[in-house]
Design a protein around this ligand. Structure first.
Ligand code: GDP
Ligand code: MG
Length: 163
């Protein structure tokens, strides 16, 4: 449904973003962070880690249902091939807006100006994950951060971003 007024979109919606090993290896961490910050989203959690296979299997469980049974193990293998950076971002409409910044899953279908269009060519090396729904974002924040996020306030900046 179409939302006419920004105030109808929750201000404190949280999104989970996971920087893939390919994005980390290519030193694009700052590029994604910069784009989320420029938009006005607020970073409320961040860490670098070697992701556990069991966590990735939960995170990517939806890929196990795909007709191509190779994708799920390939994605899990790739995601354990090097460190990832996990982040939680907060802001009005951040789940939908964050996915717009990332662009379509397949980089060749992603709109110019998005991360995946500007920096990726292959679907299995598409730089960064972004939660697709608020419900999944909340599940992912529990899975990756045990709900440990930082409560902080940007002071007057909040009024410069939110009506
Ligand atoms: P996303 O929400 O846009 O990241 O896409 P999905 O949740 O559908 O898939 C998760 C991730 O798995 C994608 O970002 C891709 O990196 C990877 N993936 C999905 N489909 C394919 C595929 O067909 N081939 C490969 N190699 N990777 C895929
Ligand atoms: Mg997804």
């Amino acid at each position: 449904e179409e939302k006419k007024f920004s105030r109808e979109i929750p201000l404190r919606e949280a999104s989970y973003a996971l920087y893939n090993p390919d994005g980390v290896a290519r030193s694009l961490t700052g590029e994604v962070i910069k784009r989320f910050e420029n938009k006005g989203y607020k970073l409320v959690a961040i860490k670098m880690l070697n992701a556990q296979r069991s966590v990735l299997e939960k995170h990517y469980a939806h890929l196990a249902d795909l007709p191509n049974k190779n994708i799920f193990p390939e994605v899990v293998n790739h995601m354990t091939s090097g460190p990832v950076v996990a982040m939680v971002w907060e802001g009005r409409g951040v789940v939908e807006g964050g996915r717009q910044i990332l662009g379509a899953t397949r980089p060749w279908q992603a709109a110019p100006g998005t991360i995946r269009a500007d920096f990726a060519t292959d679907v299995g090396r598409n730089i960064c994950h972004g939660s697709d729904t608020v419900e999944n974002a909340n599940k992912e924040i529990e899975l990756w951060f045990n709900n440990q996020i930082v409560e902080w306030n940007r002071g007057k900046v909040e009024d410069a971003i939110y009506e």
